[in-house]
Ligand binder design. Structure first.
Ligand SMILES: NC(=O)c1ccc[n+]([C@@H]2O[C@H](COP(=O)([O-])OP(=O)(O)OC[C@H]3O[C@@H](n4cnc5c(N)ncnc54)[C@H](O)[C@@H]3O)[C@@H](O)[C@H]2O)c1
Ligand SMILES: O=P(O)(O)OC[C@H](O)CO
Length: 333
């Protein structure tokens, strides 16, 4: 039995806390918003995100940070990417070299263009950065709490990634490991952007051919982008690449696909985001990836189109026409 501190009691942090508790661990679930933490303490449920599920006794809910890491073996972050730095700053002074840091968020920090393990590394001043493991794959919280068979990949230094693999695995949650943290993080971050394009296809009422085109050419863009950062090519045919891309582009649960669907139906981006109580990571990540691709001269037509729709308020049908009428080229280049 290990003590695990989970920071972020959103839908994903709560689902993972439940899984870790079921695997026999002592879990401390930290919530940023005091009122929500109090409500969870009182009801022993997370009614805000995952109503109807009782939190077992081996999950302690807190909003307090003092001494939170005392006796902890693992520190897990499940925080929206643009807020992750803030969360790390709250605990970084308590870290010791024997604590494994697991990040489950997916995105790129817009202000720095850093991957999330790089944000963590920066905040802990490079100390213990070999302890950082990214946990990513096709995993909607709504299905994990129902114990539907799910797979995921833990990526980091081999020994640490394997420890995380052991910690989470059970008969409905199967964890693979990888040493390609860069590829796993980029796969998780960029698939959210492509899922917005897939949602636009749904919102416009286009067909299965179009959806398959967006997923496949989206994967080509993700791989092309990631090659510039020395990610392993094979990672993108795996769970954190194709696997997560498929689930996010097709799922009724996906917040990113939903944003795209509403855009395709003609709604304004600010109205869509204001009407949601959950994070759609693809929106800020499109901005970061667009800027990086311009800096590095990486051809990313889907990302470019999304940027123009979301950040320059361009007409979707006009952008779709431009995408289809580009110069013809070889499939793999
Ligand atoms: N929901 C899923 O099914 C799922 C699955 C896999 C990965 N993810 C990823 O996990 C991350 C979290 O997703 P979520 O749906 O649980 O998010 P969420 O919007 O529910 O927020 C999670 C938590 O982040 C914390 N938080 C919010 N603002 C903060 C701030 N300013 N400073 C510190 N902490 C703050 C709060 O505790 C909040 O409960 C995202 O990157 C998402 O892409 C989500
Ligand atoms: O609901 P989404 O679009 O944020 O996706 C959540 C997870 O990343 C799916 O693996």
């Amino acid at each position: 039995m290990s003590k695990i501190v989970v920071m972020g009691a959103g839908s994903w942090g709560t689902a993972l806390a439940l899984l870790l508790a079921e695997n026999g661990n002592e879990v401390v679930l930290w919530e940023f918003f005091e009122e929500r933490a109090k409500e969870m303490q009182k009801t022993r449920r997370n009614n805000y995100y995952l109503g109807g599920i009782d939190l077992p006794d081996n999950i302690t809910i807190t909003n307090k940070i003092e001494n939170i890491l005392d006796g902890a073996e693992y520190l897990l972050f499940s925080i929206p990417s643009q807020n992750l730095r803030n969360a790390i700053q709250l605990v970084s002074s308590q870290l010791t070299e024997d604590i494994i840091i697991i990040n489950t968020g997916k995105g790129i920090e817009v202000s720095t263009k850093l991957r999330l393990s790089e944000v963590i590394k920066e905040e802990i001043l490079g100390k213990y950065h070999k302890n950082i493991v990214a946990l990513s794959g096709p995993t909607h919280a709504e299905e994990v709490v129902k114990k539907l068979p799910t797979t995921i990949v833990a990526a980091g230094e081999e020994e640490k990634a394997q420890k995380v693999q052991e910690l989470f695995s059970n008969n409905y949650f199967r964890v693979y490991y990888s040493t390609d943290i860069t590829g796993v993080e980029l796969g998780g971050a960029l698939k959210n952007c492509i899922a917005i394009a897939a949602g636009i296809v749904d919102g416009l009422g286009y067909g299965d051919n179009t959806k398959a085109a967006v997923i496949t050419r989206g994967l080509a863009e993700i791989s092309r982008f990631s090659k510039n950062f020395n990610a392993f090519e094979k990672t993108f045919s795996g769970l954190a690449g194709m696997g997560d891309l498929i689930v996010t582009c097709t799922s009724q649960h996906s917040r990113n696909r939903y944003v795209g669907e509403e855009l395709g139906k003609g709604k304004k981006i600010d109205d869509i985001l204001n009407g949601m109580n959950m994070v759609a990571e693809g929106v800020p990540t499109i901005k970061a990836v667009h800027e990086i691709s311009k800096d590095k001269n990486i051809d990313m037509p889907i990302i470019e189109s999304l940027y123009r729709i979301i950040y320059e308020n361009e007409n979707i049908l006009k952008i779709a026409k431009v995408l289809m009428e580009r110069d013809l080229k070889e499939e793999f280049y």
